[in-house]
Structures are given as structure tokens and as C-alpha cells.
Design a protein around this ligand. Sequence first.
Ligand code: BES
Ligand code: ZN
Length: 446
Amino acid sequence: MKKGKIILSTILVTSSLYFAPIQLDKTVEAAANSEVHQSKKAFDQKVIARVSEERMMEDVRYLSETIGPRVTGTEGEQQAADFIRERLRSYGYQVETQEFSIPDKLIGYLQTSDENEVLINIPEGSGDTSESGITAELFDAGLGKESDFTPDVAGKIALISRGEFTFKKKVENAVEAGAIGVLIYDNTNQPGPLNPSIGGDFSIPVGGITKVSGEALLEDVVSQNKTVTFKVKRMENAKSQNIIATKLPKKGANHDILHVSAHFDSVPFAPGASDNASGTAVALELARVLKSYPTDKELRFAFVGAEEIGLVGSEHYVSQLSEDEVNRSIGNFNMDMVGTSWENATAIYMNTLDGQPNIVSETALATADRIGTPSELVLYKRGASDHVNFYEAGIPAVNFIRREPGTANLEPYYHTPLDTIEYISAERLKEAGDLVGASVYSLIRK
Ligand code: BES
Ligand code: ZN
């Protein structure tokens, strides 16, 4: 009996080897591949099963509603940093805080003599005022052309409409004519006040306001010769910070390093639910989920401040890496605006600075294929987020961001007071968390 069986299997093996050697190789290979594929899928599920929509939504709510705007260098940004630090500690991480200086900030305040407060943005290059500010009448200077000014503007604040030529020229004309301050109002309806880039350095205070505010001032203040009080305070020695959590493998040293990053600051007047409480919440959730899994590479979570004033936090973070650490860095997954519910934003864009694929984008594509990510993934050439600084240090980096496929448009609430949790999708946060989480895990797991 025994002998017969052995003979039979020998014949089977030899005959199949003889008749169809290639086919057998392929079958073996396919079986092996499918085994690898199945085990990769099992590892994906270890992450996906734990990434919680509810936790991420709660964190977006805390950052965007409980804290609200998290403007670089302000208390809001500090509160967000404290929240992130405490949370990471509660997950058992060693947490490092990197503090750094940011350029002087200008804070504006505008009120009419009827005590109506007007939201205002102060651009870089504006002058500041004394504590009590300037109280003066407004002068309707139209578009702010030279010919729009009369000697009557002397001692008044020029109220100028956006349009036709540069903000800088408008301010120069106002200064030349003797105005003691400038307010520029928008010419289209935007939810937040205008943020005019005026170039240069002016000694008089300059601010941007909405179209609605400009028209209200023309109606209620200019035509009735009332006054406004305009203050600009210079915040000196302002600081921002990065919060970093590191997960080291149990054994060995000098491991490869993978960086996951998200900025937690916002622009003025924006609760920044999408930009970027969304990326922050997903990164925090991945820090929680990945904490307990054995890994053979170093994982660093970099929560950075001061992105909105020119990628300053991530620039500082990358500058603090030693040459050796840079050389050991294998990639950066940067999440910025990953949860909008805007219906047109059906694609996840993978922005790289050179438009070329890299280990991060390729890993994400392979993961998406395995786990069946519902959204289309689009490789796109774009900077404008923290991946830029990683790329410039030679670290392969991708910014994950939701956009409208084809046009690459962002949601209409971007950088406005409407960037609230109302337009955040729990499902899309989960999609980003699953995709980035499973990708990161596939690169660092034992
Ligand atoms: N969250 C946006 C990311 C972004 C990326 C917006 C690509 C638009 C296109 C980011 O916070 C942002 O607003 N970036 C600034 C530039 C940055 C250097 C201050 C921008 O795009 O205006
Ligand atoms: Zn952003």
C-alpha cells in the first residue's frame, strides 16, 4: 500500500515536470504569491479593523470647534499642540516638543463709532498703531487710483475697493495722498475678510475686510461722517512648535525611519476642520493603532505648526534631523485636507513635488489595490504643503489631499470660516486612515 502511493506520486510529479514544467513553476509561484498576498491582506486588516471613524470625528470636533481657529503663534495653536502632546502621551509615546520662533505677527481690530466690530486681516508689511489705535473718518477712495484721492483724505482712513491693479499700488497712492490708514474691501463675496498682499513696508496701518463690510462702511460711516477706530498690534517674539512621537523597534539601532506628518495650525477665521484637523485626527488615530504592533523600522509622527505661514514648522523639523537620520529616512506620508465631504472631491490626490512616483505613492497604490480603496488615487505635481521640506532634504514624500478629479479643485470652504466639521465626512477620514495606515504598516512591520 505504502509503496504504491509513493510510486504513484513520483509518477505524477515526474510526468507533470516532464510534460509541463513551466506550468508547474507558474502554479507554484502563483500559490506562493497568493499566500504572500493573503498575508499582506491580513496585516492590512490588523490596521483597518482598529481605525475608528468616531475617534477621528471626535478629534476633528475638538480641534475645530472646542479650540477653533489655530492661527500660527496664537493661543489656539498652542492649545492644539497641548492637546496632541497629551494624547500621544496617553498612548504611551515618548513625546518631544520642538519650539521655534516665527516672524512678528500683526493683529488687527476695527470698530465703528456705533460699536460694530468688523473682521479684519492685517497683511505683512502693514504699519502698527499705539494701544488706543487711530480714530478717524473714512474717505471713499473708489479703486484707489491717484485720481480717486482729493486733499480731503488727509488725516482720514482711505477705504478702497479691490480690483484692476495691485494692492501695493493702492496703498502707495493712499500714503502719497496723506491717508493715515488704509482699509481694502473685497470685490467678490467671500466668507472671510480679504488678505491683501501689499509687498513693501508701510508705516501706516493697512487691513483687508469683506465686500459686505466695505459696503456697510460706505453706507453707515462714510455717508454719515462717522468714525472708526483701527488698531494694529505687533506681536513680537511669537513662537510655534512641533510635537513629535517616536516608535522605535524593540531591538537594534540605526533603523530606517518613516515619517508621518500633519500640520495642526489654521489660517485666521477658519476653524480648519478640513485644513487640517482632518490630517491631524487621522495621524493621531494611526499613532494609537500602530503603537502596539511589532515593527522593524522607526516610525515618527510629526505634528507640525506654522504651516500656513510658509511651511515653517516642517522646515524646522527637517532641519533638526542629523545627516545620518536623513540618510536613514525612507519616506514621508503627509496628510493635509483628507476628510472633506464636498461631493466633487471624489479623488485622493498624491501630490509630489516633481510629479514623479516614489516609494510612498507606489506603496499607497499597492495598498489601495489590496484593500479596495473606494476613491481614485491620482499622482499629481504640487507643492504647498509640508511634503515640500521632506522632498528638499531628499526624502521621498507625498501629500495626500482630497480633490476634484480632472480640475484638481479643492472644496469651496478652503481657508474660509466655512471650513467646519459640517463639511467633514467620517467615511472619508476612515478611507484616508485605512489607506495611509495600512501603507505605513506594510513598510515597517516585522
Ligand atoms: N492645506 C493646504 C494644502 C494645499 C495644497 C492647498 C495644495 C492648495 C494646494 C495648505 O495648508 C495651504 O494652504 N498651503 C498654502 C501654501 C503654503 C506654502 C502657505 C497655499 O496653497 O496657499
Ligand atoms: Zn493645510
